[in-house]
Structures are given as C-alpha cells and as structure tokens.
Design a protein around this ligand. Structure first.
Ligand code: FE2
Ligand code: FE2
Length: 188
C-alpha cells in the first residue's frame, strides 16, 4: 500500500521539522537566553497528543506483524517498541516542565536541558531506524488485509497541526514552520 507508506514517511518528515524548531529553541535555552517557551510547549503538546497517541500505536501494530512474519527482526522491533514507551514518558515530562516554566514555577534548567536533549536524540535516531529498516520491511511483509485491519483498529483522526484545518493553538506554529520552509527553500 504505497499511500500508507508515503503518509508514514511524510509524518516523519513533519516530526523532523518540529524537532529542528525545538532544537533551535533549546540552543537558546542552553545558551542562557529566553526561548519561545510557548512554541516549545505547542510542539511537545502535538508530539504527546498526536505522535504518542496515533502514530506510535499504529507503528506498534505494524511492528508486531513484521516480527510475526520475520523473526530475525525481533531485537530491532522490541527496541523500537521500548522507545515508544520511553518517548511517551519523557515527552510528557517535558510538557510538564515547559508548562511549569510558562506558569512561573521554577524548573531546573539542567533537568529541562537533559530531558529535551535526550528526547531529540532518541526520537531522531528512532525515526532513522524506522525509515531505513522498518518501512522497507513493512512494504515487503504486510498485506493489504494487514493494513486494513491496522487502520480499522487505530481509526483516522485529522492531523491537528499539519492537516487541512489546524487547531487554533497551532496556528502560530504553522506560520513558523512555513517561514522556516521558505528560508530553507526560498524559491518555493
Ligand atoms: Fe516509532
Ligand atoms: Fe515513526
């Protein structure tokens, strides 16, 4: 099902853009400047409510099929599944810290730096393995019936940030992403 794989890949590209924006803000924060905490929080809000709730659970079902059909993938698949749980926990932690900062509660800079840095490293590396190893395996091993069953059990939700109708809380983030894309590809 090429559409499914293309959409899967497109979501990774979207997440990568968000991670780059988060990384830019984190660099300001680590340098002692004041980053755009609201932007950081909106990015993490999306990651914990879209990626952790829809993207990763769908992947878990794909992983299970891959492992069932090709046992040699077990080690990689199990590690990626473990990372989904880890990312969900650290993403939620980061949301809590950013929310505290925005609400004027003191949060340890060192703790925020460590959580955000680990989150970026883990998710970037995670997506790299999915792109290089898992997507090709899924293309080879999953049948049309497998995909139908997976889509039925996860259901469809419009992407609240990159979809046709972004939610109000993401409007500013959408503008920022567009500006960044124009700066990177000025001829588009
Ligand atoms: Fe994943
Ligand atoms: Fe993924």
């Amino acid at each position: 099902m090429p559409d499914t794989l293309a959409l899967w890949h497109a979501e990774h590209a979207n997440f990568a853009r968000l991670l780059d924006l988060l990384d830019d803000q984190l660099a300001l924060f680590c340098g002692g400047a004041t980053p755009d905490y609201e932007l950081m929080l909106n990015i993490m809000f999306y990651m914990t409510r879209y990626s952790d709730v829809l993207h990763h659970p769908k992947e878990d079902l794909v992983f299970a099929k891959i492992k069932e059909r090709e046992h040699a993938t077990a080690r990689t698949v199990d590690e990626l599944t473990r990372q989904h749980a880890l990312l969900k926990r650290s993403g939620a932690d980061l949301v809590r810290h950013l929310d505290d900062i925005l609400n004027g509660t003191v949060s340890s800079r060192a703790v925020v730096e460590a959580i955000a840095g680990d989150y970026l490293d883990t998710l970037r590396n995670h997506m790299r393995i999915e792109e290089s190893e898992i997507l090709p395996l899924a293309a080879r091993l999953l049948t049309r019936e497998d995909w139908t069953a997976i889509h039925r059990s996860i259901g469809h939700v419009d992407d609240p940030l990159f979809g046709k109708h972004p939610e109000p809380r993401y409007v500013e983030l959408v503008e920022q992403i567009t500006r960044q894309a124009q700066a990177t590809h000025p001829d588009h």
